[in-house]
Design a protein around this ligand. Structure first.
Ligand code: ZN
Length: 336
């Protein structure tokens, strides 16, 4: 099985030692990725974007990989500022305040008039808005509650491309088809697990993430659009590494590390569900190319149906399915 130019449209590469430890895991197999800006402090100036991109390029070493950079949304961004950074960023990421790792400086109200100057400028400059869509309500309801905010934004800014990041609910899937300018990324872990896998038996800290995995009917709704490669959905791993001690702790950090095994798991998932390789190809690359208007560097990943034992850790970061066997292996990655 061959995949061309796979793209990860939602990736956390972190910074400093963690960046150096995990960047190659994505760069080895993906052609490029949308890099999330939630560092401490968040990436919110041109200098910070340029410098972070340099650190990423350094961390990936000899691998060929395009980091598509993003900025951390602030309502104070004006058109002059956005014009000045247009060439450096592929998208801007909006976090509601305090909802996930390093999102303290995010947006707290969703007053359309307050957001209008920044979002209208983004719309005019054709900069997509990526959104972590959760309210601060009850943990299982946060995303569904946020759908009305998506609808408000989609209506108020009809030319703005709004990406509902890492959707986990049937409500978000319904919203996709209601508004022309709403799109979505879906992770591999939300296509595979439900809350039962996280907390139904012994607690599994390495499957704990935000948004938390939901109910079986939510997963079914996600599978339906992913497996048929609905043109408005694309793969975004939300691979989010934390050191082992931060996961296996009282006060477990949110995030699932899937970057090194994402393509293998996707291959298995599509095969198990009888979905075609063409659909997988669209889900991991073409849809994203169409939505974002990007042309990725050419890379061909050959996968084979051969059991792969997932390592217990990658440079101190425990991946999903650590020490377990998965059905597919990466056989070869070639450029061009
Ligand atoms: Zn994320």
């Amino acid at each position: 099985m061959q995949l061309n130019a796979p793209l990860d449209m939602h990736l956390h590469l972190r910074d400093a030692e963690m960046l150096d430890n995990i960047a190659q895991a994505s760069a080895q197999t993906f052609s490029g990725a949308i890099i999330m800006p939630n560092l401490v402090p968040p990436v919110s100036t041109k200098e910070e974007v340029v410098a972070y991109k340099k650190r990423i390029i350094k961390a990936i070493g000899n691998e060929k990989f395009t980091p598509y950079m993003t900025l951390f949304f602030k309502p104070s961004y004006d058109k002059a500022f956005l014009e000045s950074i247009r060439d450096e960023v592929t998208a801007i990421k909006l976090y509601p305040a305090g909802i996930t790792t390093n999102s303290e400086g995010g947006v707290s109200g969703f007053d359309v008039d307050e957001l209008r100057p920044a979002l209208e400028a983004m719309s005019e400059l054709n900069i997509p808005l990526c959104v972590h869509g959760e309210t601060n309500g009850f943990v299982m309801d946060r995303e569904a509650e946020f759908v009305s905010i998506y609808e408000r934004l989609a209506t108020a800014f009809p030319k703005l491309k709004i990406i509902m990041e890492h959707i986990t609910t049937k409500e978000s899937v319904v919203a996709l088809d209601k508004f022309e300018n709403l799109y979505a990324t879906i992770t591999i872990h939300h296509l595979l697990i439900t809350l039962d896998d996280v907390a139904g038996g012994m607690l599994k800290p390495h499957l704990f993430c935000k948004p938390i995995a939901k109910r079986p009917e939510d997963r079914t709704a996600l599978l339906k659009v992913a497996l048929k490669a609905h043109p408005k959905v694309m793969f975004g791993s939300d691979s989010a590494p934390h050191p082992k001690h931060a996961k296996e702790a009282c006060g477990c950090a949110a995030g699932v590390f899937t970057a090194p095994i994402a393509l293998q798991l996707l291959a298995e998932l599509f095969e198990t569900n009888g979905a075609s390789i063409e659909n997988l190809q669209a889900f991991v690359s073409e849809n994203a190319q169409n939505i974002y208007g990007v042309t990725p560097l050419q890379k061909t990943v050959t996968l084979e149906k051969k059991a792969f034992k997932v390592p217990s850790a990658y440079n101190g970061v425990v991946p999903m399915y650590a020490d377990e066997e998965i059905a597919y292996s990466i056989k070869e990655v070639t450029l061009g």
